[in-house]
Design a protein around this ligand. Structure first.
Ligand code: BG6
Length: 608
């Protein structure tokens, strides 16, 4: 997810654009760039690093003279964060500059077509194809060039466009990503969200997918996909600038919980074309897969919990033994690992020291490594033999939510892809699993919609001193993450426990002061879970049940209930964690905790 800004008016554009970028930096911060029209040309400065670094290169924007331009802060999806891959991107003869938020899924084919026509690409990004297409189609009619270019694109693209031959004119395009227009007095703006604009104007137009807009200092015109002008209502922003940086949410954590349907969609859909799973730049072959006698999954924190879910799913589909290891343990365990081991490393930041150390240790013993990472170009991504990027976008809240659920989505994609390659699933089951993967974004949204009451449950239970999260099979793995979420933001002690194991000792702790969260979403184990619920209730505990949507038996057993939408049982963990994320959030909020920055924690622990 990146941040884009555009400005046209009487003032110097670059300082305004940089100020807008600063307010968008939470959207992506590995590189940034700015371009302005100046003396019939496009003057551009871009670099890897923060917006502050870019401001330093341009004297706070004052050294870039011009009253109309674009700017961009990047969250890399294609191409590592480098000066060359930073946006804006220029067309071959410098006629056009483009900034982009999203993923152009057919960029490879477009790049080949343009290269065959003699175009020389400078970057590794998907975005650069847009700049070259604009120059290819421009014959003096800027609007037509934009429409012809957009008609060639597939995927998600929010674009800003400026042309050296069209002084004071900007175009912006919205397809599957946020884009807002800002209406000033004798000046106009566009941006990825209100954050970048609200300091300059509170009169905004929210664009819809398929629409594009033309901006000059005096006028803003919005068109539909066919190029016909549409009338749009103007909204007045009531947020203060602080709230706007969270898109109107009180905390980044809630914003990121709500972003999960799109984050999962951005992780899954680009890997499924015509009903088949394919990973970009993947070198893992059937022969290699057949050569592995085990898979070891290693990570830390929530990423480790995602790995435990992955164990159940990969073993269930691929029938390859899977071990899950905490990275801080694996690195010192003299592990039995060799060339017949596939190591799967999971990390949101790609910079966690324990995970990197464990990865190096295993690779030094001959293991091949597949990394599941959110940050493009991070250390773990660069060290791995193969990478599956989660397209979650930047995650600001220390307690991960969309980072974890997109890790699950990537593990599911891999498990289904490998099972089919190994011939472990037939065509019918493969198609069914692929459909279930494409269903996940809707199930995540359903999990949010089903649990609007969770805020009230938190009001009832926020005073608990200690909780148990119990489950069986995949629900046990989900219990681990549900427990950590609560602990790390509300500071309430909790423990995840295998429900079947409770009676062997730990049940001694169960009394009327305990709240037990019982995860009962594995259909084949529901009756067993009911027995465990009855065991703890018999000793005085209160029970918060988590059950599949429509299950009514849970009401007879539990004191309160959270619901998970029904879907493919193997993928149940992904929607099921959502009500537990919300429960942890509202409990912490009731207790007045610092939700986005909990005490003692760091977003990525890059030290031992
Ligand atoms: C912890 C974070 O410090 O590190 C967790 O608070 C995270 O949210 C864990 O799961 C591992 O971090 P990463 O970046 O390797 O996934």
């Amino acid at each position: 997810m990146c941040g884009i800004v555009g400005y046209t008016g009487p003032s110097q554009a670059a300082p305004i654009l940089l100020d807008g970028l600063r307010r968008l930096e939470y959207r992506g911060y590995d590189s940034a760039g700015v371009v302005v029209q100046s003396g019939g040309e496009l003057k551009m400065v871009k670099a890897r690093g923060s917006v502050a670094h870019l401001a330093g290169l341009t004297g706070g924007g004052r050294e870039l003279e011009g009253v109309c331009g674009l700017a961009h802060t990047r969250w890399a999806t294609h191409g590592a964060p480098t000066d060359t891959n930073a946006h804006p991107h220029l067309s071959e003869h410098g006629l056009f500059a483009v900034v982009h938020n999203g993923i152009i899924e057919n960029f490879a084919a477009l790049r080949s077509e343009l290269e065959a026509e003699g175009i020389v690409f400078r970057s590794k990004t998907d975005t650069e194809v847009v700049a070259h297409l604009l120059e290819k189609y421009y014959d003096g009619d800027l609007k037509r060039a934009v429409m012809r270019t957009v008609s060639r694109l597939e995927g998600s693209y929010v674009l800003g466009v400026v042309c050296s031959k069209e002084p004071g004119r900007l175009f912006c395009v919205k397809e599957a990503g946020p884009l807002i227009l800002g209406l000033g007095v004798g000046e106009n703006y566009f941006a990825s969200d209100v954050t970048a604009l609200v300091a300059r104007t509170k009169n905004v137009i929210y664009m819809e997918d398929g629409e594009f807009a033309e901006l000059t200092a005096e006028r803003v015109t919005v068109y539909d996909r066919t190029g016909r002008e549409v009338t749009k209502s103007v909204s007045h922003v009531v947020w203060d600038i602080e709230a706007a940086e969270k898109g109107g949410y009180e905390h980044f954590m809630m914003k990121e919980i709500m972003e999960q349907p799109r984050a999962v969609k951005n992780t899954v859909e680009p890997r499924i074309r015509s009903g088949r799973i394919a990973f970009e730049d993947f070198s893992l072959t059937r022969a290699e897969l057949e050569g592995y006698n085990k898979i070891v999954i290693t990570a830390c924190g929530s990423a480790y919990h995602a790995g435990v879910v992955g164990k159940y799913v990969i073993e269930g589909l691929c029938r390859i033994p899977v071990e899950t290891e905490l990275a801080s343990e694996l690195r010192y365990r003299d592990p039995i690992i060799d060339g017949h081991t596939l190591l799967i490393v999971i990390s949101q930041s790609g910079e966690t020291a324990d995970t990197i150390a464990a990865m190096r240790e295993c690779m030094s013993r001959g293991a091949r490594c597949l990394a599941i990472v959110n940050v493009v170009g991070s250390t773990i991504a660069r060290l791995a033999d193969n990478v599956i990027y989660t397209h979650a976008g930047p995650e600001i809240s220390v307690a991960t939510t969309k980072g974890y659920t997109t890790q699950l989505a990537a593990l599911y994609l891999f498990a289904v892809w490998a099972a089919e390659l190994l011939g472990r699933v037939d065509a019918g089951r493969y198609a069914q699993l692929v459909d279930s993967l494409l269903e996940l974004p809707r199930l995540v949204q359903r999990a949010i919609d089903l649990n609007v009451h969770v805020k009230y449950l938190a009001e009832r239970w926020h005073g608990q001193q200690s909780l148990f999260f119990i489950g069986r099979n995949i629900d046990y793995a989900v219990a681990m993450e549900g427990s950590l979420k609560l602990k790390e933001i509300s500071y309430i002690h909790s423990e995840a426990y295998a429900a079947g194991e409770l009676k062997h000792g730990t049940i001694a702790l169960i009394d009327e002061k305990r709240l037990v969260v019982a995860l009962c979403c594995q259909d084949g184990l529901f009756d067993k879970m009911v027995s465990n619920v009855q065991e703890v209730k018999a000793r005085g505990a209160k029970v918060l049940g988590v059950a599949p949507e429509g299950n009514r038996r849970i009401f007879a057993e539990a004191d309160d209930v959270l619901f998970a939408p029904r879907g493919e049982q193997l993928f149940a963990a992904l929607p099921e964690i959502v009500p537990l994320q919300l429960f942890a959030y509202y409990v912490a909020r009731e207790n007045g905790c610092s939700i986005d920055k909990p005490r003692n924690l760091a977003k990525s622990v890059t030290v031992e």
